[in-house]
Design a protein around this ligand. Structure first.
Ligand code: PLP
Ligand code: ZN
Length: 413
């Protein structure tokens, strides 16, 4: 890989050769992949990119840690739509707002970006089996992307994982282990199993390439905006890998001169579980928290990418915000009604955060904001019905329909 220099530990600075099965540092720290931007600048230009019709994350190969000979992965990951959302902007009292809908990825979440990268690197490593632990979406995305590549998967999920995600796993033919315990318990068991059987590791806590896959969401947002930099990008945060990846992508673009300033990050967490935001707000190291939120994908009490995430939020001079489950459910409804975008609870948490920041007077009305929807609402139907209600139920009878309309105050004009 001519574009990659090495992997460097974010804790102690030790450097490692960027081999395909690179894990974390001896000191336990997570590695960051370092690039040779001077070289990249000589081979990658906006014009070259614009001439590419490939609607996937692999259009950014010059900024990705893969060998030239490594094939694109099979599923169409990335290049999700960026919708301008004038009605929602008006409702919120914002000048300009865009919704990046990553719920349209092949397995319906942003995690596909990391899983596609894991599959590409597993191939380079010559691995035939990949494993991970996950709150649900990393699992289903790994299972799907691996199935398409003909690789076998072992997946560990906490028993609370919503049925939609488990159904995906089973359909993709993964061997699924449902762990009776928290996400932390799940992670520990997967770690022990991976060590024991030597599977390729798709845990974002360990594999430094995953955030490089996730960073493509940031590359895309800027390309889709014609390199006009928004003031803020809002995203939900659990483990921290996603927001750290987003920031990495933005910094890459800055480093190669595609953009001339950087947006600020908005880190949205659940009020029932916000160890990363708490650390940013208090200036203290992060401490574990309970996992009390219906937004299962971000219920991560022991975040493994906290260091990278906290650094990213601070470096961007970003904002942190915590939203209650009720605010998350309200945002799900609001996004659906004003944009036609259906997000799972963690998927809409960034938008819930934007709404709250405006109400708190912490986000100016003239700001330009991108809010990333990280996962699709179909993943968790039970919570969606809870948030958005049940339909009007009638027998097949016009009189009964009229009565039901009257009863429900439906305005038929
Ligand atoms: C995983 C996930 C997140 C958060 O990503 P982290 O890397 O855990 O911070 C947010 N939303 C959805 C839908 C997810 O699946
Ligand atoms: Zn180290």
């Amino acid at each position: 890989m001519q574009n990659v220099i090495c992997g460097r530990c974010v804790k102690c600075g030790r450097e490692y050769e960027a081999v395909p099965d690179l894990t974390n540092c001896e000191c336990g720290g997570i590695l960051d992949i370092l690039y040779d931007y001077d070289y990249i600048k000589t081979v990658f230009t906006k014009e070259k990119l614009a001439a590419r019709s490939k609607p996937t994350m692999w259009r950014y190969r010059e900024l990705l840690p893969v060998e030239e000979s490594t094939p694109d992965t099979e599923l169409r990951v990335g290049w999700s739509p960026l919708y301008e959302a004038p009605r929602l902007a008006k409702r919120l009292g914002l000048k300009q707002l865009w919704i990046k809908d990553d719920g349209v990825n092949p397995t319906a979440s942003l995690k596909d970006r990391a899983s596609a990268m894991a599959v590409a690197k597993a191939r380079e490593a010559g691995a035939e089996v990949i494993a991970c632990s996950s709150t649900g979406n990393a699992a289903s995305s790994l299972a799907g992307n691996a199935a398409a590549a003909g690789l076998k998967t072992y997946i560990f999920v906490p028993s609370r994982a919503p049925k939609g995600k488990v159904a995906q796993l089973m359909s993709f033919g993964a061997t699924v282990i449902s762990v009776q315990g928290s996400y932390e318990d799940t992670f520990e068991l997967s770690k022990a199993a991976i060590e024991r059987w030597g599977w390729y590791n798709r845990n974002a806590a360990i594999n430094p390439y995953l955030s490089e896959g996730k960073k493509t969401v940031g590359l895309e947002i800027l390309e889709q905006l014609g390199w006009q930099v928004p003031d803020y990008i809002a995203i939900s945060v659990g483990d921290g890998c996603t927001i750290a990846g987003l920031w990495k992508g933005l910094k890459d673009l800055y480093a190669i001169g595609f953009i001339d300033r950087l947006p600020k990050l908005i880190s949205a967490q659940a009020a029932g579980c916000y160890p990363i935001n708490r650390a940013v707000e208090t200036g203290e190291p992060w401490h574990p928290m309970e996992e009390n939120t219906l937004a299962d994908s971000i219920a991560v009490g022991v975040p493994r990418n906290a260091d990278k995430a906290i650094h990213a939020i601070r470096e961007s001079q970003g904002l942190t915000v915590e939203v209650t489950d009720a605010e998350i459910m309200a945002a799900q409804k609001l996004l659906g009604r004003s944009c036609g975008v259906f997000g799972e609870p963690a998927g809409v948490t960034g938008t819930a955060g934007v709404k709250k920041l405006i109400e708190q007077g912490r986000l100016p009305a003239d700001a330009t904001v991108v809010s990333v929807v990280t996962g699709n609402g179909l993943k968790d139907v039970a919570n969606a019905i809870q948030a958005c209600g049940e339909p009007i139920s009638v027998p097949s009878d016009m009189e009964k329909l009229l009565a039901a309309f009257a009863e429900n105050h439906i305005d038929l004009r």
